[in-house]
Design a protein. Structure first.
Length: 306
């Protein structure tokens, strides 16, 4: 089968298309013909070597953390899925390829109102939004949330899931992104380039940091006492949290079927809609990663696999 492999650590030039062995499903696993995968910032952290001390990988390595596709074959003791089912999931590695094997218990049917490309665009955002809003924050109706990076792929899902849970949502984004997040239901939208959220926002129950750096540093002060700051991009500061009487946590979202199932229901109820910025072929993986690295996109970059 065709697959994109990392031939070493470095810039996008280390990504090469190769022919490798097609995987075979073991007991409890399904073989899935991948229709689409997406580019996530985490992919570039792995490729650059920034994570190699914490997450060592074998070289060569097939990147990718989410996908959609069709079940091609089932292993023994597979009872929930069958050949022909359209599915999506998140994982670590192996999705920049024509086929993948997955444990049945980690794979969900796609929402019945989206395409396979759209399902791929939803997998990581739905998984992450559940991890943050429900597992991490136990968000309740009526609470006030500030989401940084609200017009990015994960931010879009966070805005919509937070609204579905009954929260008051404030998002920071670029001028173009402001219109998008308002259309998705955000109660307030702040242009981070021309407006200072630190002067405009006070006493929120929850800050979700999808940006890091100075943005995170300034965010502790806008959380009310007893509130919480959750980052999905970098570690938080216990010292700053204690200073403001709040809690703070970095969340690295683990894949779970229940997270996709929860998000799938919201998608089918039209409470969450996917957003795709660009669709490229698998062979353009290096170009696609460079596009995401450059930033400024609202939505997902898809690698479509013929």
């Amino acid at each position: 089968m065709k697959a994109i492999q990392m031939t070493g650590y470095g810039d996008s030039s280390v990504l090469k298309i190769e022919n490798i062995a097609q995987p075979v499903p073991a007991t409890g696993q399904v073989l899935i013909k991948i229709a689409a995968t997406t580019i996530n910032p985490f992919d570039m952290k792995i490729r650059s070597g920034a994570m190699k001390q914490f997450i060592p990988i074998p070289i060569p390595f097939v990147p990718g953390t989410d996908f959609s596709g069709t079940v091609e074959e089932t292993g023994e003791n597979v009872t929930r899925l069958k050949k022909g089912d359209k599915v999506f999931a998140t994982t670590f590695g192996g999705t920049y390829a024509e086929y993948i094997v997955m444990d049945e218990k980690k794979v969900s049917l796609i929402p019945n109102n989206v395409s396979l490309n759209e399902a791929a665009a939803l997998a990581v955002p739905l998984n992450t939004a559940y991890s943050v809003l429900i597992e991490g924050a136990n968000l309740q109706a009526g609470q006030k949330v500030l989401i940084h990076g609200a017009a990015g792929a994960v931010g879009i899902a966070l805005v919509q899931m937070a609204k579905a849970l009954g929260a008051y949502v404030i998002g920071t984004a670029s001028a173009k992104g402001k219109d998008l997040i308002k259309s998705l239901g955000a109660d307030e939208a702040i242009d981070y380039k021309t407006q200072d959220f630190g002067q405009l926002v006070h006493d929120v129950d929850l800050v979700i940091d999808g940006v890091g750096g100075e943005t995170q540093q300034k965010s502790y002060a806008v959380v009310k006492k007893g509130g919480k700051l959750i980052s999905i991009v970098m570690p938080t500061s216990n010292e700053e949290a204690e200073k403001y009487g709040i809690s703070a946590e970095f969340i690295n979202s683990a894949p779970k079927l229940e997270k996709l199932a929860f998000g799938k229901k919201l998608v089918e109820e039209n409470k969450i809609t996917p957003h795709i910025a660009k669709v490229l072929n698998l062979e353009a993986a290096a170009e696609a990663q460079d596009l995401v690295t450059a930033g400024g996109l609202n939505g997902k970059v898809i690698l479509q696999i013929a």
